[in-house]
Design a protein around this ligand. Structure first.
Ligand code: ZN
Length: 145
């Protein structure tokens, strides 16, 4: 049996549960900023499974996750929250309600990102089209021998 690497904290948290084992990958760099800053931890974009399901198959806790440093983890949490709340139309009014310096910083940051986000969106669209095309090329389950 492989020895558990306690020093490298091979653990992942999921629904307030902690799952540990040598199946948890060790990463030394943040997946997002590629730096080795302080404590790295798993960030889950989606908690797709119930706790009971993950207890039976802990490797499921790795799905839909990234390894992130603390600053990237905070931003990832904020983006997940933006996604989950929705109501995008409220964001300009929320920004308008901020103190002037904060409002200018946020507007400047978001406006700087628009061209990059357009590129990210187009990449995601192309990936979605590739996946859809690949799924259509598979035989329908009823057609399988
Ligand atoms: Zn980072």
């Amino acid at each position: 049996m492989p020895k558990f690497d306690k020093e490298n904290k091979r653990c992942i948290h999921y629904h307030k549960m902690r799952f540990c084992g040598d199946w948890v990958p060790i990463k030394k760099l943040c997946d997002i900023c590629k730096r080795a800053m302080g404590h790295l931890a798993f960030h889950h974009w989606i908690y797709a499974f119930r706790t009971e399901t993950v207890i039976k198959n802990p490797k499921l806790a790795l799905l839909n996750s990234i390894i992130a440093c603390f600053p990237c983890h905070r931003q990832a949490d904020a983006l997940r929250e933006l996604h989950d709340v929705g109501h995008w139309e409220r964001i300009p009014e929320l920004v308008r309600s901020m103190p002037i310096k904060m409002r200018m910083d946020v507007c400047n940051g978001l406006l700087t990102l628009v061209p990059k986000l357009r590129t990210v969106f187009n990449e995601a669209l192309a990936e979605a089209e590739r996946i859809e095309k690949a799924e259509k090329s598979l035989p329908h389950p009823k057609e399988m021998p």
